[in-house]
Design a binder for this molecule. Structure first.
Ligand SMILES: [Zn+2]
Length: 391
């Protein structure tokens, strides 16, 4: 039987968050695994979590599939016993001996050659070139809309509009800035309308009067208006626009965070490339439908990978079986722990290989076709969309 082999396929990670080496080293290695779980990550990124619940989350890592795999695989990578204590101690020693070499070793072991770095989290932004020097691989910048709104909204509505458009245009002048991103799913929702400037200006005055609360009555028309203007800049400068789509940490505006809420907006901007970051997870079937009917809608696979670890194979079978693979972008959503790049990429490569082997075994595709689809998902779809080298 012909065998699908993706072992030498390069990986480009389409969604990550930068960190500073000092910040990485300032954190204790104790709990690094819990910080990588969906449960633990929320304690860092969300303002809604009750800090006293950390020990509850930490105690659950031992019975979390991803937590167990991480401990076992990292023990093999580090050459230590597969106990939580031994892995934590070995990781700490390797990291502190040479943090850049440790991270680069993980990326190399997983075949990750380049990443896209979302500058919106953490704040203030960490430059892509600084993150690149912390990792030893190419880092491309994804510019975030929402901090620009925060930066420019204290003056007039015209000042806000000018400030945002200028910031977006300036980002386009950076050749390493390969995309924009919005997290309006965390603010007023993905059902982005198309308000007039008169309506947006009136809403701006009400929003200010309301103390900048994130309401759909006052904040939403302003945010929606600015998203439309930022999309115009992205289109003029030939950059894709990424939207967080799907669940997230508990700060998310969940009723308006899914692909279904976003669909009319996506139809209205169908002439330019839009990436649904997280593929709308957990509503990935809805996203698969949307990406199979709108030519310029792309799906990025993080959150599903690695946090829904046990769902990844059926999800990849469904996604690769439904959506053109030239529109499926591997991503890890790494956010502060270098092992996340590695574990996610290892999972994606192995799961894709098994899923694609299934398509070969059923005589849907030849081995060459399967391997081409796998390479698209792992790297080439992201490269083509963002105009970055390597394929
Ligand atoms: Zn993210």
């Amino acid at each position: 039987m012909a065998t699908v082999d993706l072992s030498d396929a390069e990986v480009v990670d389409a969604h990550t968050h930068p960190y500073r080496l000092d910040d990485l080293l300032a954190k204790p290695s104790e709990g690094f695994d819990t910080r990588m779980m969906f449960l633990g990550e929320s304690f860092t990124s969300s303002s809604q979590m009750h800090e006293e619940l950390w020990p509850v989350a930490d105690a659950l890592t031992d019975s979390t599939l991803f937590g167990i795999v991480l401990r076992r695989w990292l023990a093999a990578h580090l050459g230590c016993d597969p106990t939580r204590e031994a892995v934590t101690a070995s990781r700490d020693a390797a990291l502190r001996q040479d943090p850049v070499a440790y991270s680069k070793g993980l990326l190399d072991a997983a075949g990750v050659v380049a990443i896209l770095s979302d500058e919106g989290y953490p704040q203030p932004p960490i430059p892509a070139d600084e993150f690149a020097s912390s990792l030893g691989v190419t880092v491309h910048r994804v510019a975030r809309l929402e901090p620009w709104i925060l930066q420019h909204r204290d003056g007039s509505f015209d000042g806000l509009l000018t400030g945002v458009v200028e910031a977006a245009t300036e980002a386009a002048g950076d050749p390493n800035c390969v995309a924009y991103k919005s997290i309006v799913a965390y603010r007023t929702g993905l059902d982005v309308g198309d308000p007039s400037s008169v309506d947006a200006q009136a809403a701006f005055d009400r929003w200010r009067g309301d103390g900048w609360r994130e309401t759909r009555e006052h904040a939403k028309p302003v945010r929606d208006f600015l998203i439309r203007r930022a999309l115009e800049v992205a289109k003029a400068h030939d950059r894709p626009f990424h939207f967080h789509c799907g669940g997230g940490d508990p700060d998310i505006n969940l009723p308006y965070a899914g692909p279904t809420a976003m669909f009319p907006f996506l139809v209205s901007v169908q002439d330019q490339p839009i990436v649904l970051v997280h593929s709308g997870y957990p509503w990935i079937r809805d996203s698969a439908y949307i990406a199979s009917v709108l030519p310029h809608v792309y799906l990025e696979l993080s959150e599903l990978i690695p946090w829904a670890w046990g769902q990844v194979e059926w999800a990849l079978e469904m996604l690769v079986g439904t959506v053109p693979s030239a529109k499926l972008l591997y991503g890890s959503d790494e956010a502060g722990e270098p092992e996340a790049f590695w574990a996610s990429a290892l999972l994606a490569r192995a799961a894709l290989q098994r899923v694609l082997q299934g398509f070969v075994d059923r005589d849907y595709v030849a081995v060459d076709d399967a391997e081409q689809l796998g390479r698209l998902v792992l790297a080439d779809a992201c490269r083509r969309l963002h105009g970055i080298g390597g394929s």
